[in-house]
Ligand binder design. Structure first.
Ligand code: HAM
Length: 553
C-alpha cells in the first residue's frame, strides 16, 4: 500500500530533529522585531553586516577554537565527506601539532593522551578500510603503536629519561603523523570532486569564520577598524534542554584592527547594554575579567595547577576537574559543581592578581572606560570562557530569569587569532555573540515580549477584502494589489465567502477594516468600509479608497 493510501494514523509523521525547533507566527514576529532592533543598535555604532557560510573547513574551527575544547572535540557536526574515524584522526593530528610550549610534564602527558586516541582511530580506520592499507601507512601506524607502547611504559615507571629524549620523540611522532595518508589512490583518482574537498563542519560559532573572511578578503587593507556584525544559526551537538539547542541563533559583533585600546572593548560592551535597555531587560549582570596574555597566563596556569595538585584540594575535586588539572586547569575555574565552589572562590589563586604589567594596565583602563560610560559591571576572576582564542578581556552577561543556561551572551579579546589563521601580524580582535533564543526568552520574561508580539499579532491584517459575486472579484483583486503597494497588510479570500462568514473571519484575524464589495457596490461605484473596532460603516468612492486608507493608518 502506498503511504498516501494508508489511514492517517498509520502514515509516518516527521518531527523536527532533537535539539532543533520551528519558530512560528506570532513568535517569529518577536524574533524579527528583536533582529531589527539589534541591527539598528549595531548600525548606530557603525557596524556593518557580514554574512559567512554556515559550513567551513573543519580545520578552521579546530585551529581557531582549539582542538581540545568541548565545542570542537565533542560538539561539532561534521558533514560526512569522510568517515568518522578518519575525521577524528585528523583532528587529533592537529591537536598533537598544537600541544605547544607548555611545561615538560604536561607536554608528555598530553602527547601520550592524544597519541593513544590517535592510534586507536587509525586502527579503526585501517580495519574499516577507510585508510589506504599501503606499505607506508602500515609501516607508520606500526611505528606509532610501538612508540606509544614503549613511551607509555617508560612514563608510567617514573621515567628518568632526559627532556631531550621526549623532545626527540615528540618531533618523531609529528613527522610520522604527517606522513599518514588518508586518501586512497582509488578515491583520489575516482571522480567526485566533493570527495576531494577537505572535511567541512557546520559552524558552532562565527568568530572563526569572520576572521577567515577578514584574512581571505584582505580587510586589513581597508581604512580603519573593521566593525562587523552577523545574525544566523549555529550548530552544536549539546544535550538539549531549555535554553540549549543543537541549532540555535546568535547575533554577534567583531572589531578587527591594529588597535587594542580598552575603549574598543568598553564601547562593544556599552553597545550590548544599549540593546538590553531597548529590550527592557533589566535583570542582568555583566561579568568581566582579564585572562592575561601569552606572557603572563602560562605562569598563572602553572601556579594554578600546582595549587590544584595539592592533595587537600585535589581530593575534593570532581572527576572532570581532576582530569582538567592536567589538561586545562583554567577550566576548573569555570566549574559549576556545587562542592567545588568554595574551593574555587577561596582557595585558588586569582588571575587578576597575576597579570603582567601591560595586561594589568589594559584591564584597569577597561574598568575606567566602563565607568565613564556608566556601565555597571561585576569582576569575576572565574570567567575564563571555553574557547582557546581568548586573551585579556573576557566578559559575559548572565540573567537570573533564564534558569540553568543563564548566559545571555559572551565574548572577549582574541589578539593573535588573525595571525593564527594565516593573516597579517599585529591585527587585534574583540567580539561577542549573544544567544538569540535566550534573549527572546528574556524579552518575553521582561513583559515587553507580550507587547511586541501583540503589536504584530493584533494587527496582522489592515484590510480584509470581503468580495461577493463574480462581478466584484476583479475589483477586489485590483484593489488588494493597490493597497498592498501602499504597504497595508491585505487579506483577499481566494474563494467567495458569504457576508456573515467573511465578517467572522476578518474578526478572527484581528483585521482593522473590512472592505465590502458586492453587486450593489459595483453598480454604484461606492464601496463599503467597516471599522471592526467600533462597527462604524461608511461609503467611499472606489477612486478614494487609497486616500481613505492612507488617512486611516
Ligand atoms: P559562546 O559563549 O560559546 O561564545 O556563545 C555565545 C552565546 O551563544 C552564549 O552566551 C549563549 O547565549 C548562546 N549559546 C551558546 N550555545 C548555545 C546553545 N546550544 N543553545 C542556545 N544558545 C547557545 C561564542 O560563540 C563566541 N564566538 C563569542 C565571541 C565572539 N567571542 C568573540 N567574538
Amino acid at each position: 500500500m502506498t503511504e498516501a493510501a494508508k489511514p492517517e494514523s498509520e502514515r509516518r509523521k516527521f518531527r523536527a530533529i532533537k535539539g532543533t525547533r520551528d519558530i512560528l507566527p506570532p513568535d517569529s514576529a518577536l524574533w524579527n522585531w528583536f533582529e531589527k532592533t539589534a541591527r539598528s543598535v549595531m548600525e548606530s555604532f557603525n557596524f556593518g553586516e557580514i554574512r559567512t557560510p554556515i559550513f567551513e573547513e573543519t580545520e578552521l574551527f579546530a585551529r581557531a577554537i582549539g582542538a581540545d575544547t568541548d565545542v570542537v572535540a565533542k560538539e561539532v557536526f561534521t558533514l560526512q565527506a569522510r568517515p568518522e574515524s578518519v575525521q577524528r584522526a585528523e583532528l587529533l593530528r592537529e591537536a598533537i601539532h598544537r600541544i605547544g610550549d607548555v611545561k615538560h610534564e604536561l607536554r608528555v602527558t598530553r602527547l601520550l593522551q592524544h597519541l593513544t586516541v590517535f592510534v586507536r582511530y587509525l586502527q579503526i580506520a585501517l580495519q574499516q578500510g577507510h585508510l589506504p592499507k599501503d606499505a607506508a601507512n602500515l609501516h607508520n601506524v606500526g611505528l606509532l603503536e610501538r612508540g606509544l607502547k614503549e613511551a607509555g611504559q617508560l612514563w608510567k615507571s617514573g621515567s628518568t629519561q632526559p627532556e631531550s629524549y621526549w623532545n626527540g620523540l615528540f618531533e618523531k611522532v609529528k613527522r610520522i603523523a604527517d606522513d599518514i595518508r588518508f586518501e586512497s589512490a582509488e578515491r583520489t583518482s575516482g571522480v567526485s570532486e566533493l570527495d576531494l574537498e577537505p572535511t567541512a563542519s557546520l559552524r558552532p560559532e562565527a568568530t572563526a569564520s569572520v576572521v577567515r573572511a577578514y584574512v581571505e578578503h584582505r580587510l586589513d587593507t581597508r581604512p580603519g577598524d573593521q566593525k562587523l556584525y552577523y545574525i544566523g544559526p549555529m550548530f552544536r551537538r549539546e544535550r538539549p534542554q531549555k535554553g540549549r539547542y543543537r541549532q540555535f541563533y546568535q547575533i554577534g559583533a567583531e572589531v578587527l584592527g591594529t588597535s587594542d585600546a580598552p575603549a574598543i572593548d568598553a564601547e562593544l560592551i556599552e553597545m550590548l547594554t544599549v540593546l538590553l535597555e531597548r529590550c527592557q531587560i533589566e535583570k542582568y549582570t555583566l561579568l568581566i575579567n582579564s585572562i592575561g596574555c601569552a606572557d603572563c597566563r602560562p605562569k598563572y596556569v602553572e601556579l594554578l595547577r600546582a595549587e590544584l595538585r595539592k592533595p587537600e584540594i585535589f581530593e575534593r575535586l570532581g572527576a572532570d576537574s581532576k582530569r582538567r588539572v592536567e589538561t586545562n586547569p583554567l577550566r576548573v575555574m569555570d566549574s559549576k559543581l556545587p562542592e567545588e565552589q568554595e574551593i574555587i572562590d577561596t582557595k585558588l589563586p586569582k588571575i587578576s592578581e597575576h597579570l603582567c604589567a601591560d595586561c594589568k594596565t589594559h584591564y584597569e583602563k577597561l574598568k575606567k572606560e566602563l565607568r565613564l560610560r556608566a556601565v555597571p559591571f561585576t569582576e569575576s576572576p572565574r570567567l575564563v570562557r571555553g574557547l582557546d582564542y581568548y586573551m585579556r578581556t573576557t566578559f559575559e552577561i548572565t540573567s537570573p530569569i533564564l534558569g540553568a543556561q543563564n548566559a545571555l551572551c559572551g565574548g572577549g579579546r582574541y589578539d593573535g587569532l588573525v595571525e593564527l589563521l594565516g593573516g597579517p601580524k599585529g591585527i587585534k580582535g574583540i567580539g561577542f555573540a549573544l544567544g538569540e533564543d535566550r534573549f527572546i526568552d528574556a524579552i518575553q520574561e521582561a513583559r515587553l515580549g507580550e507587547q511586541a508580539t501583540k503589536i504584530h499579532a493584533v494587527r496582522p491584517v489592515d484590510v480584509f477584502v470581503a468580495w461577493m459575486g463574480e462581478r466584484a472579484y476583479p475589483t477586489a483583486v485590483r484593489l488588494a494589489r493597490v493597497l498592498r503597494g501602499e504597504k497595508h497588510a491585505v487579506e483577499l479570500p481566494p474563494e467567495e465567502l458569504k457576508f456573515r462568514k467573511a465578517l467572522e473571519r476578518a474578526d478572527k484575524m484581528g483585521a482593522r477594516y473590512v472592505l465590502i464589495i458586492g453587486d450593489d457596490e459595483i453598480a454604484s461605484g461606492q464601496l463599503t468600509v467597516k471599522r471592526l473596532a467600533d462597527g462604524k460603516q461608511e461609503k467611499i468612492a472606489e477612486e478614494a479608497v487609497v486616500d481613505y486608507f492612507r488617512g486611516a493608518r
